[in-house]
Design a binder for this molecule. Structure first.
Ligand code: SF4
Length: 400
């Protein structure tokens, strides 16, 4: 394990420390995660990710799904999405040690989730079943799903730029395309609709609503401030900056994403300026606590218990599989890596219950060599909290 480097750059306004990007929210789930023990039934995850499709209409330079888009290219069927929507609130039922059901779903990808025409139906159905939904989208198709999206707790739009030129350059589009303007108009349309219809997305709540997502890359660091101005103008609740990271299949290759000292200094300058836009209606989050000071891996833990805390339901691995099949993946950072798949081509949602916490599941944990195989881990705080707070009791958490 490496030594934790102190990151001194301000991530958010101090008065806004109770925010969705503060990883200490994971501590709220310690009692649930204490039950992750070999040979015992394991509680259902609080949150899972569902990837409705691997297909995309953009081609981002940092795409974390290039591998599956090349090798898989499939979507979840409407029938399977419907079965999942019915199963997820029941996951784990019959065990007195926990309340059954997944509590939240992140609809993401994979690819662009709104390219699956059943995604709107899926959102409506899970929301009706009492599960909260957040969606990560590239924003190009929002106008087709405004009503469904307005019932989500949050919608994160991966804009990643503050100008059409940078947008086209980073998303693999030709310079004359006006997709940037289209995405911004779509966000404004959704914000307005949600407000007028008084839906959860339009609620006067600082953490619900439309978020302007901004993955930092060497070519867009200089546009942070301009982007935040635009986000605030159209009524986004916040802008969320996060450095792009190298994907699992590109580790050790020439395509690794790195940031120079100059990029990081420019980031510091921009985040300080951007934080001036933060007020009671708009928040700026520059999330760096999950990374080293150079935005690199900070996987300061030995084992990956996160694979018992969340899961990723993905389109089938095999192009010849039944069209109603899905893959039960365990890690959003290693999508497409069979080593992190509990099963491929499942056609019965009830299988999930049988596989969760099975010997096969623990075998995956035993086989993960975090230091060698894993990219910058999204679930780094989950794993650190499991090891430090639950296993080592470093916080003597019972002494409140
Ligand atoms: S990147 Fe590695 S450590 Fe992180 S969740 Fe995935 S498998 Fe686990």
């Amino acid at each position: 394990m490496g030594k934790m480097k102190q990151n001194r750059v301000k991530e958010w306004n101090a008065s806004k420390r109770w925010n969705p990007f503060n990883s200490y929210k994971l501590l709220a789930h310690v009692q649930r995660w204490k039950q992750i023990r070999r040979g015992k039934p394991i509680p259902p995850p609080v949150l899972i990710t569902v990837d409705p499709t691997n297909i995309c209409n953009l081609n981002c330079v940092w795409c974390n799904a290039e591998f599956i888009r090349k090798h898989r290219k499939n979507s979840l069927s409407e029938k399977m999405l419907s079965d999942l929507a019915d199963f997820l609130p029941r996951w784990g039922e019959g065990n007195p040690n926990w309340k059954p059901g997944v509590e939240a779903i992140c609809v993401a990808g994979g690819g662009e989730p709104l390219l699956n025409s059943a995604t709107g139906f899926f959102i409506d159905k899970v929301v009706q079943n009492g599960i909260e939904v957040g969606v990560v989208t590239n924003g190009t198709l929002i106008d087709n799903y405004v009503d469904s999206l307005s019932h989500c707790t949050w919608v994160g739009v991966s804009v990643d730029a503050g100008s059409s030129q940078t947008f086209n350059q980073l998303k693999g589009l030709s310079p004359e395309k006006n997709s940037f303007e289209n995405v911004v108009d779509n966000m404004a349309l959704l914000i307005d609709y949600a407000k007028r219809h008084n839906t959860i997305l339009g609620a006067k709540h600082p953490s619900y609503g439309v978020s302007y997502k901004y993955l930092l890359y060497k070519d867009n660091v200089g546009e942070m401030y301009e982007s935040a101005k635009l986000a605030k103008e159209i009524g986004c609740k916040h802008i969320h900056f996060r450095p792009a990271g190298t994907t699992w299949d590109k580790m050790g290759t020439e395509e690794e994403i790195t940031f120079s000292k100059e990029d990081v200094s420019l980031y510091e300058e921009q985040i300080n300026k951007t934080l001036e836009l933060d007020d009671e209606t708009f928040s700026v989050y520059g999330v760096t606590h999950k990374f080293s000071s150079q935005f690199e891996r900070a996987n300061y833990f030995d084992k990956c218990y996160a694979i018992f805390m969340t899961a990723v339901i993905e389109p089938p691995a095999d192009r010849n599989a039944s069209e109603d099949a899905f893959v039960m993946g365990l890690c959003c950072d290693r999508r497409g890596d069979e080593k992190l798949e509990l099963a491929g081509n499942i056609v019965d949602v009830n299988e999930i219950q049988k596989l969760w916490g099975s010997k096969a599941h623990w075998k995956i944990l035993d086989g993960i060599d975090v230091a060698v195989e894993c990219p910058r881990c999204t679930y780094q705080p989950h794993n650190e909290i499991y090891e430090q707070v639950i296993l080592n009791d470093s916080m003597t958490y019972k002494f409140i």
